[in-house]
Design a protein around this ligand. Structure first.
Ligand SMILES: Cc1cc2nc3c(=O)[nH]c(=O)nc-3n(C[C@H](O)[C@H](O)[C@H](O)COP(=O)(O)O)c2cc1C
Length: 145
């Protein structure tokens, strides 16, 4: 797959196959991530992968609680509502909730979790390119993310 196809077809996914991601594929994805541009090439990041179902099972209730908190924030109007199209915003929120609920339900089936830790990265300027490279590299490998 060339770069343009990856750029044009990479999407966020919450419904994914449970098939294991081979270690060499994980390594290629991470190798792309750490080539991303970052301030002063200081690489102030850590990546942590989890491909162990037992660990997923421990993390699942934490994820469920986090989603619950997000829904409470949404209900309390903490997120900005675009005034020009409140109906469209409500529809987006319904769709987001539906797909997030699916992920809560199927959390233990996610074959690979990738945690990205940014060190002293105010605003995310240094870490977001690495995350985007991760998503593109995953797309090239046929891995939804
Ligand atoms: C930059 C960005 C920010 C996002 N922020 C949120 C968010 O705050 N809450 C949320 O539940 N999903 C968030 N998402 C996830 C997407 O809304 C969602 O995964 C994507 O639209 C796929 O939805 P689907 O599973 O319904 O196809 C975000 C995605 C991106 C790319």
């Amino acid at each position: 797959m060339d770069v343009r196809e990856a750029l044009y077809t990479t999407r966020m996914m919450r419904r994914m196959h449970p098939d294991a991601i081979p270690l060499e594929v994980q390594a290629r994805i991470l190798d792309a991530a750490i080539r991303a541009p970052n301030g002063g090439n200081t690489q102030r990041w850590h990546f942590l992968t989890v491909d162990n179902p037992d660990t997923n099972a421990e993390l699942a209730p934490i994820y469920r609680r986090c989603r619950q908190k997000e829904y409470e924030d949404m209900a309390a109007g903490t997120f900005a509502v675009p005034l020009e199209n409140p109906e469209g915003h409500a529809a987006t929120m319904r769709q987001t909730t539906k797909s997030a609920d699916f992920l809560v339900k199927h959390f233990t089936e996610i074959p690979l979790l990738l945690f990205v830790f940014a060190i002293d990265d105010h605003g995310g300027a240094n870490i977001y390119p690495a995350i985007w490279s991760t998503l593109l590299a995953a797309r090239v490998e046929g891995v939804a993310a």
